[in-house]
Ligand binder design. Structure first.
Ligand SMILES: NC(=O)c1ccc[n+]([C@@H]2O[C@H](COP(=O)([O-])OP(=O)(O)OC[C@H]3O[C@@H](n4cnc5c(N)ncnc54)[C@H](O)[C@@H]3O)[C@@H](O)[C@H]2O)c1
Ligand SMILES: O=C(O)C(=O)C[C@]1(C(=O)O)C=C[C@@H](O)C=C1
Length: 362
């Protein structure tokens, strides 16, 4: 039996647990200090067994996944270094920063265990085990940060286990990881939060701001709803990188200010065109940087049963819908549904079917 211990069964730990659970020869053990959480993990059947005992969870484990907030990772490693772990046990983490946890593992003696840092490049703005899903990592990149001393055999065993997640593994050096992820994940979170807070202040004086907040605002600010503790830890841990990136960001903002002050219409056009080109060149069909869905938007009248009618129509024509979201729905006002498809031909078929009765936009 392969024993997998997961410390911190939240969004990421829970999604890993669901990816591994019920696989042949695998037992998944969840750990939390909180008895109510342990009960919840069991009740939701995310793990095979859960415990409040750190030692019981770690004892005899073949794989240990540390899935708490970034500030919990080094204390976890310290604690593990004081136990006798199973020889050959692989300890890994899922923290959004890699430099400090990897350096900590290098300093510590984990006995016969091996630490390999990890970071699945997939997530959500929601947190907790309630948001966990077995397919969260499918098609996403999953960064591993082995050191020079990491035995190839240990890396291969972890890689083999992670095949259950259906993610694409990629090796990155820890500091390099923190630079890149700082720019493509951490900076966007700061910008989204700052933008929402800016608009929230205007909204205090005039509620029309939130009434009119439509697709553009919602698209760029979804991640502003992310968990405050998780993000406090990430940003503090990656402080040096973030301070440099924010200086560059200030320069980008200042350059827009100059374009507007000087009425440089061509310059503004150039900025949009070059952003459009880079974004368009990003690989589309994977999660991680850009979600891999094909989305269409349907204007729908506000009457009961409308969602059922649409899903039944698509189902009857074997169109596979991956996600459905009500973007705007208020009494007496037509709503907008976002329908997401994983495959382009399903989106095309949905467009063809829905155009007959609804206003549909891509
Ligand atoms: N949310 C994302 O999109 C995302 C993506 C990839 C990696 N990560 C990383 O994964 C880790 C977990 O994030 P999440 O989104 O699953 O968060 P979460 O809040 O959903 O889960 C965190 C888990 O850790 C436990 N926990 C909370 N405080 C703790 C502490 N001080 N010590 C030990 N355990 C504690 C919680 O009970 C919970 O089970 C973080 O290190 C985060 O940086 C997050
Ligand atoms: O999709 C989201 O909500 C995320 O924030 C996921 C996201 C990201 O920024 O892309 C967030 C943190 C991670 O460490 C990895 C992925």
């Amino acid at each position: 039996m392969t024993k997998i211990a997961i410390f911190g069964v939240g969004l990421i730990g829970g999604s890993l647990a669901l990816s591994f659970k019920s696989k042949p020869g695998v037992t998944v053990i969840g750990h939390s200090n909180n008895p109510a959480s342990v009960e919840k993990y069991m009740k939701r059947e995310v793990v095979d067994y859960a415990t409040t005992s750190f030692d019981e969870a770690a004892e005899g484990a073949d794989f240990i996944f540390l899935c708490g907030p970034v500030s919990s990772l080094e204390p976890y490693l310290e604690k593990l270094s004081k136990l006798t772990l199973k020889p050959g046990c692989i300890v890994t983490d899922v923290g959004s920063t890699k430099a400090s946890v990897s350096a900590c593992a290098e300093r510590l003696n984990l006995g016969g265990a091996v630490f390999i840092g990890g970071h699945p490049m997939a997530g959500k703005e929601k947190s907790g085990v309630e948001a966990a899903t077995s397919h969260l990592f499918e098609n996403a990149f999953y960064v591993l940060t082995p050191s020079e001393g990491t035995p190839q055999e240990a890396y291969d065993r972890l890689a083999e286990l992670l095949e259950w997640t259906r993610a694409h593994l990629i090796k990155v050096e820890p500091k390099h990881h923190d630079e890149i992820v700082g720019a493509i994940s951490h900076l966007p979170h700061i910008i989204a939060v700052a933008l929402v807070n800016q608009v929230a202040k205007y909204n205090e004086a005039d509620e029309l701001y939130s009434d009119l907040a439509a697709g553009g605002f919602r698209d760029i600010t979804r991640i502003a709803s992310s968990d405050p503790i998780i993000w406090r830890d990430i940003l503090i841990n990656n402080k040096e990188v973030m301070l440099r990136l924010l200086q560059d960001w200030n320069r980008e903002v200042a350059s827009f200010v100059r374009l507007l002050e000087t009425g440089d219409a061509e310059g503004i056009e150039r900025e949009f065109a070059s952003a459009n080109r880079f974004r368009g060149s990003l690989p589309e069909r994977r999660k991680g940087v850009i979600h891999s869905f094909y989305d269409i938007y349907v204007d729908v009248p506000d009457h009961p049963g409308i969602i059922g009618q649409i899903t039944t129509l698509l189902g009857n024509h074997r169109v596979n819908l991956s996600n459905i979201q009500i973007i705007e729905s208020r009494e007496d006002i037509p709503g907008v549904l976002r329908l997401s498809f994983k495959e382009e031909h399903h989106m095309d078929k949905a467009l063809e079917l829905l155009k007959k009765d609804y206003a549909v936009h891509v």
